[in-house]
Design a protein around this ligand. Structure first.
Ligand SMILES: Nc1ncnc2c1ncn2[C@@H]1O[C@H](COP(=O)(O)OP(=O)(O)OP(=O)(O)O)[C@@H](O)[C@H]1O
Ligand SMILES: [Mg+2]
Length: 391
């Protein structure tokens, strides 16, 4: 798939901007702080309903404006779709598909798919487990858009269960009434149900990513690696034995049972996908805390390239992963300011690997940072305007 037109109103620094796009490579070039990343951030938002830079929508709305609008025309084969998202911080966002407003923002997921490379990706390797969970869960949702609903259910149940545990912890400390534990049993079941579904998808994803990441790492850093991806689950032993979703459900319930005393003491849910991590190994060592800066960069890029390979192969195949939604073809590749961070060799390697993509959007502060392999259309971005350059 590719985006044929992007239109923004009161999004970030843009009061209004219209950007016609084509398949192939398009680079946005301009000095720092002129709005290059803002453009590709908007494309990423259409794919994930979130920003790769911030965790809430408020900064995405232009200072002084009430709402932001991101609109895009999307081509998938000979099918054209028009999608529109209205961002209303503090209130519900709204969505339209082909001018119909009978849709929820989540219904937009799966129409635009992106794989976005950005300087922030270094946090995949060096950052907290939450960064890696977000990486996994965004990819899960790109593979199977209905997982957005499961993630939403899980978060809601978790919040309610935590509220219950917190009041139990307080009651305990102040010698008040002890809680009726049968209520907690029900929440355990809800949590384990949604949690098992999320876990099953994460495990399936990691199995698919493992060989692709190893291959990509070898291409970016010849002779390096091997890299290994291992899931670190908070449900421990019981989870390691589970081979399907029903068994994962049982494993989560068992682990919740074991953790209950501790949970009531601390007033927070200690078991479930929200406490898990993805262990990234380079050779025998964990990348976090051991890998060099350059190795960490190659690793982060390898994870993104592997994501791209995976989404692309599934986009072409008629085989839909369990619970998968509509097939959307190749994802759009977005490379936000990554070339400036790489040495010449990795720059060329990465450029060669991504150049054949159906649509590749690149940002760079100076033209020289865009590798020769990524010849294509150029836009000059400066002072809130986006101007096509005539070659
Ligand atoms: N909500 C907002 N309202 C108004 N301006 C904003 C908003 N959010 C960000 N900006 C402005 O947008 C500009 C940043 O744009 P962007 O991140 O796209 O820059 P860039 O061209 O990618 O720069 P660099 O080359 O440094 O990465 C900043 O000047 C920032 O102040
Ligand atoms: Mg930028």
């Amino acid at each position: 798939m590719h985006v044929t037109h992007l239109s923004l109103a009161d999004f970030r620094s843009y009061a209004r901007v219209e950007v016609p796009l084509e398949p192939g490579v398009t680079a946005f070039v301009g000095p720092n702080g002129q709005g290059k990343t803002n453009l590709v951030e908007a494309v990423g938002y259409l794919a994930t309903l979130g920003s790769h830079r911030v965790s809430s929508d408020a900064p995405l709305v232009r200072m002084g404006a009430e709402r932001a609008i991101v609109r895009a025309a999307v081509a998938q084969g000979d099918r054209q779709q028009l999608i529109e998202l209205e961002l209303n911080p503090g209130r519900a966002n709204r969505a339209r598909i082909n001018r119909s407003s009978q849709v929820k923002p989540r219904d937009v997921l799966g129409i635009v798919r992106t794989v976005l490379f950005a300087p922030e990706d270094l946090a995949l390797i060096k950052g907290d487990p939450g960064e890696r969970r977000r990486f996994l869960d965004e990819l899960i949702t790109a593979r199977a858009p209905r997982m957005a609903g499961v993630r939403g259910d899980y978060d809601r149940v978790l919040k309610q269960r935590n509220t219950l545990l917190k009041s139990a912890a307080l009651a305990r400390r102040h010698g008040g009434r002890t809680m009726d534990l049968s209520t907690l049993d029900i929440w355990d079941q809800h949590l384990a149900r949604a949690g098992a579904e999320l876990l099953a998808q994460r495990l399936d994803l990691i199995a698919a990513l493992r060989p692709l990441t190893d291959k990509a790492y070898g291409q970016l850093a010849p002779g390096g690696g091997p890299v290994g991806l291992e899931y670190r689950g908070s449900a421990g032993e019981a989870m390691a034995r589970a081979t399907n979703r029903e068994e994962l459900y049982g494993a989560l319930l068992e682990a919740l049972g074991e953790a209950r005393k501790n949970e009531i003491e601390r007033g927070v849910t200690l078991v479930g996908p929200h406490r898990d991590d993805l262990l990234l190994k380079l050779g025998e060592l964990p990348a976090k805390g051991y890998a060099s800066h350059g190795e960490s960069w190659s690793y982060a890029l390898a994870l993104r390239l592997a994501s791209y390979d995976l989404l692309r192969s599934e986009g072409e195949s008629p085989q839909v992963p369990e619970g998968g939604g509509r097939r959307s073809g190749e994802p759009v590749l977005v490379l936000d300011d990554v070339f400036a961070e790489l040495d010449a060799r990795r720059r060329e390697r990465l450029a060669e690997l991504v150049a054949p993509g159906e649509q590749v959007l690149v940002t760079a502060a100076v033209e020289d940072d865009v590798p020769g392999a990524l010849a294509g259309r150029r836009f000059a971005v400066s002072g809130g305007t986006v101007r096509a350059e005539t070659p």
